[in-house]
Design a protein around this ligand. Structure first.
Ligand code: ZN
Length: 138
């Protein structure tokens, strides 16, 4: 069954708003994108519009988006960590760190993977199940 409706995991940044920092309350609507592709949102409670600032320090530290997409897709195709490291020329620790970050933040990155990295929900699901399965034994 494909899941369509997703609660947005963004919260209103306006500290004067009664919905400030409350996630999943359905008060946030999509408001298109900026020219650089950053998604914009609006809080229907206070009317504030804002850009998405998803906290993904890890993902932008060392790797280009293209590489992250490639690694995520490989994770979803159930390659081994070692195999992915070999094929991408990244250190095994790098691949493990990515898998670890994914496992840790899990559903929080749902929108990030699907909207920003253009993975399909199925690929994201497969990536998670692989990461969780492998985490302890790899
Ligand atoms: Zn608000």
């Amino acid at each position: 069954m494909p899941r369509k409706a997703r609660k947005l995991d963004v919260a209103c940044p306006n500290s004067m708003c009664s919905m400030h920092n409350k996630v999943g309350k359905l008060n946030i609507i999509r408001k298109g994108s900026q020219t650089n592709g950053t998604k914009r949102y609006q809080c229907t409670n206070c009317g504030r519009t804002f850009a998405r600032t998803i906290n993904t320090p890890f993902f932008h530290k060392h790797l280009k988006k293209k590489e992250i997409i490639r690694i995520c897709k490989m994770l979803s195709e159930t390659n081994s960590f070692r195999g992915i490291a070999r094929q991408t020329d990244h250190h095994l620790d790098t691949i493990r760190a990515i898998a670890d970050a994914i496992a840790k933040h899990c559903k929080k990155f749902n929108d990030y993977f699907i909207d920003e990295l253009k993975l399909t929900p199925v690929e994201v699901d497969e990536m998670w199940s692989f990461v969780k399965k492998k985490k302890d034994i790899a």
